[in-house]
Design a binder for this molecule. Sequence first.
Ligand SMILES: *Cc1c(COP(=O)(O)O)cnc(C)c1O
Length: 379
Amino acid sequence: MGRPVMSETITSVIPGAKAPTPKPWIDAIHAYVPGKSKGKDGRPLIKLSANENPLGTSPAALAARAQAPALYPDPDSTALREAIGAAHGIDAARVVMGTGSDELLNLAAQGYAGVGDEVVYVRYGFSVYDIAARRCGATPVVAPDLDYGTDVDALLALVSERTRVVFVANPNNPTGSYLPAGEIARLHAALPADVLLVIDQAYGEYVAPEDADGALALAEAHENVLVTRTFSKIFGLAGERIGWATGAPSLVATLNRIRGPFNVSATGQAMALAALGDPGFLEASRVHNRDERARFVAKLEALGNHGLRPLPSQANFVLVLFEGKLSAEVAFDGLADRGYIVRWLPGQGLPQALRITIGKAEDMDTIAAALREMAEDAK
Ligand SMILES: *Cc1c(COP(=O)(O)O)cnc(C)c1O
């Protein structure tokens, strides 16, 4: 009550006053929408909306967290890069770390594209590609899908002399679709040598064998291929924000120039290093996902007469299309009523679909039973 004059003066809008104006390409960005963990009423739900590992995190990694120093981390993540190199047969000098692979995807666009350039990716792809392209002023160019999968010919048809970067997630998110090695090689072979091909293998560890699409070998052999990986998904370290990329020394040098100097925390480096030293956890996670995904998909396929269609997935989630009386929106709300949050993606042009992360066996059973019940009741 005792401060009316001053505060009114300060907060009043001065007609004609200037304010900072964001760049128009920044203004056009729709901020990333993360998978939620609460229902509409604020109730915490079992979260199957962000493709996290239902087995949690390697106990070895959790133990390493307590040991990590609180001072500045190693700016070059040396021990971690060496361990990644050893695990994949890559020279550690060809590995660059990021604050999650999101940072590396953004840096790849920023390093090679700008105003007047084009960045190509597929519709129903990872929404970070759109942000990464727009952030640096480049124009996003979106290729049509082939029954929700990545269509190499459609991507290539959009490559022009303005194209600087092509993003492909393999397996793809949110569809779970997978391009075999022959298709990835065909895409690369048809691209001009000065176009950067970024192959995002965030879910690569769920595929057996891991590099079945040949992306790491392409990154080893060519100057214009960057492969990104993450510790967020199968390693269960999403909270620590650790990703890595590999490619030709010139690509790695570009990303190193523009990344944050201390972009991977000390805890993140220590936990990721410990996680790499626990192949048992990795294998258990892969086997759990493979088996539970197969069981879940079989149950959904049995609901085909109700219009439910699970797309073939090589990742740790399944995109389920609702093409009958039960809509994805009603199913989303029904699952929330039963304690589960999954991902409904109308903002990505998929109002007819739910992306469901593979969780614990009992949760997948409950979800499949709930979908059956809702589908049978739908009018
Ligand atoms: C989850 C995900 C990422 C990884 O994000 P981080 O920043 O490493 O947590 C990258 N690409 C795709 C396609 C993803 O789904």
